[in-house]
Design a protein around this ligand. Structure first.
Ligand SMILES: [Fe+2]
Length: 281
């Protein structure tokens, strides 16, 4: 049932009383006119009081609703974080990867002068980026490299799956979702899932790609030992700008204080992601 707006009921008697009061005063009946005007003033004050009460009550309801929404969003993210931990627990080489990628992405964004809110968003993007790996079978994922055609097709689905799983969450921005969807795109268009190139790859996705690859390179994998931070940075520069965004790689280098003399890096214009150094995942 529609709720009656109480304060609107006061407009009619207030207007009526004031008009009558003024008319009586004009006609010489000052006492009666003053009495009616006073009554009109009191009614007006009562109306204002009711309005103020309604506003206060509405504000209280809004803050309660806002708090409930924030709490449910927080719970959602906690559930997702648990899912990621289970996904990472499938393979010991992965453990801690998502958290580290989030931290690196946040540092890169900070060095690029992005706002604290955007940096926090990049942290979240890093933590969530590989949640879609749950859809890749163990028999495929445990190989890490040398995938067959069908296996690689299965692996390549994970970024799109991550996007699809997270998309219904209103608390995640479109930029964050696209960063996750396109974190395996490469500047020269050789990445996946869409083969985007250049500035068509969103900046958030370019940042995430650098953070993801650096972390993969600096940690052991079944088929190779971890590279040193300096070696990983050299590898990133070698694959820039063909594979990675130069501004993001530079921001990572400054953030980690790993300034590689560019002359020492044999840069290849055709280099894409280092196939057996970074993870294809
Ligand atoms: Fe990935």
């Amino acid at each position: 049932m529609k709720k009656v707006n109480l304060h609107s009921l006061f407009y009619i008697p207030i207007g009526f009383v004031i008009i009558v009061g003024c008319s009586l005063s004009y006609a010489g009946m000052v006492t009666a006119g003053t009495a009616l005007s006073t009554m009109g003033g009191m009614l007006a004050l009562s109306g204002l009081w009711l309005m103020a009460n309604e506003v206060t009550e509405a504000r209280h309801r809004c803050s309660q609703l806002h708090w409930a929404v924030e709490r449910s969003e927080r719970h959602c993210l906690e559930v997702l974080w648990k899912v990621i931990q289970y996904v990472e627990a499938r393979e010991r080489w992965w453990q801690g990867h998502s958290k580290r990628v989030g931290e690196l992405a946040m540092r890169i964004a900070g060095k690029m002068g992005m706002s604290p809110e955007k940096c926090a968003e990049m942290d979240l993007a890093g933590r969530l980026h590989d949640i879609g790996l749950f859809a890749v079978p163990d028999s495929v994922i445990n190989k890490y490299t040398n995938f067959g055609v069908d296996e690689f097709r299965s692996v390549k689905k994970h970024s799109q799956v991550s996007y699809e799983v997270l998309k219904p969450l209103d608390c995640l921005s479109e930029e964050l979702l696209l960063a996750i969807r396109y974190h395996h795109e490469r500047i020269n268009g050789t990445g996946y899932p869409a083969g985007l190139a250049g500035e068509n790859v969103p900046i958030e996705a370019r940042i995430l790609a650098v953070a993801d690859s650096y972390d993969a390179m600096t940690h052991d994998r079944p088929h190779r030992k971890a590279m040193s931070p300096m070696q990983a940075m050299q590898e990133l520069w070698r694959c820039t700008p063909a594979g990675y965004d130069a501004e993001s790689v530079d921001a990572l280098a400054r953030s980690l204080k790993l300034m590689v003399p560019r002359a020492s890096v044999s840069n290849s214009a055709t280099a894409e992601q280092p196939t057996n150094q970074t993870s294809a995942v």
